[in-house]
Design a protein around this ligand. Structure first.
Ligand code: ADP
Length: 168
């Protein structure tokens, strides 16, 4: 793919993905069309326990995007820009749902740009039907016995329903 004067366009899509939702996948699919490679990377803090372990999250992402061959799944600790540099990525990919995401995302992207001018943040809007989905809403519905199948990819819904089945 790479020619002598054309650099491979690599984007890192960082986030918690705890768990990955249909909104995340929607953004990822569009990103995979735009970039040569997208690395979806779980940004994790070893001192904070997530809802799912990093290994569970990685496996669920992989199971949800088996048809995307230019996407890698990974995890990192530390600054996103340091990770992006290590991976040779010039772009960060982030998703936007509504105006409510914008202020936080703007702050994050401006601070990242200040820390590293070479790395640009690209925002993609999710489809309207996914714009009200968040990982925390999925967790709430699941832990209160609701049906999460309309919010997450099928492998995620299957796994979580088994793990949090009321019979356990
Ligand atoms: P973080 O903890 O970094 O916000 P998340 O896993 O919650 O990580 O989200 C990762 C990225 O995906 C963020 O840019 C967030 O705005 C975006 N995102 C989350 N949910 C959706 C959704 N339903 N549609 C589009 N983008 C989303």
């Amino acid at each position: 793919m790479n020619t002598q004067n054309k650099k491979e366009k690599i984007a890192v899509y960082p986030g918690s993905f705890d768990p990955i939702t249909l909104g995340h996948v929607d953004v990822l699919r569009d990103g995979a069309e735009m970039f040569d490679k997208v690395i979806i990377a779980i940004a994790h803090n070893p001192e904070k326990k997530g809802f799912l372990s990093v290994d569970e999250r990685i496996q669920l992402i992989k199971d949800s995007i088996t048809d995307l061959d230019n996407v890698e799944v990974d995890a990192f600790v530390g600054l996103t820009i340091d990770y992006a540099k290590e991976k040779g990525a010039d772009f960060l990919l982030r998703g936007l749902r509504a105006v409510s995401d914008f202020e936080y995302e703007l702050q994050l992207s401006q601070n990242n740009r200040t820390l590293c001018d070479d790395i640009k943040t690209v925002f993609l809007m999710t489809r309207p039907e996914y714009s009200f989905i968040s990982s925390s809403v999925v967790k709430d519905i699941l832990l209160n016995g609701g049906d999460i199948s309309q919010f997450v990819p099928e492998p995620v819904s299957k796994y979580l329903k088994t793990k949090y089945s009321p019979k356990q």
